[in-house]
Write a protein that binds this ligand. Sequence first.
Ligand code: ADP
Length: 163
Amino acid sequence: MAIYPGTFDPITNGHLDIIERSSRLFDHVIVAIAESSEKQPLFDLDERARLIGDTVSRFANVVVETFGGLLVDYVRRRGGIAIVRGLRAISDFEYEFQMALMNRRLDDRIETVFMMPAEAYSYLSSRLVKEIASLGGDISGLVPDAVASAMEERLASRRRSQP
Ligand code: ADP
């Protein structure tokens, strides 16, 4: 079983691509949502879990959970053998390399597995999607439809509360 951890604020089609690839490689996959390092995430943990849950229900061996604390502790607790991470471009490498080696130092029985998404998603990030949506750009095809509507609603209510 593998754990795919991330912030997923919100889930994009790039994340989904990695989830689909992992679901073919591992018997079970847990998409594990962490608190956001940003002060104000667009969606709270439960909302992110619901949006991901709706999208991954088509994969029989994928479930969604939230977690706090050290990732390796969580992976051990759940009996996972691997951490899945996505690599888009060389710019991801430095950070992912550090995290993978630090996690190995914390527990060398847990392997980090990197996967590359389809090229079309290799320049896609949650941060960019939020930026485009907040400036009124078209994000269809970048995130699942349900996520695009949830983002529109959220951004509209933010605009109403902070004119
Ligand atoms: P984190 O804050 O942990 O980086 P993210 O939700 O941004 O969380 O990303 C989770 C994982 O998914 C990371 O390994 C990231 O590199 C990967 N990822 C993000 N966007 C994409 C994408 N478009 N294609 C492939 N992998 C991606």
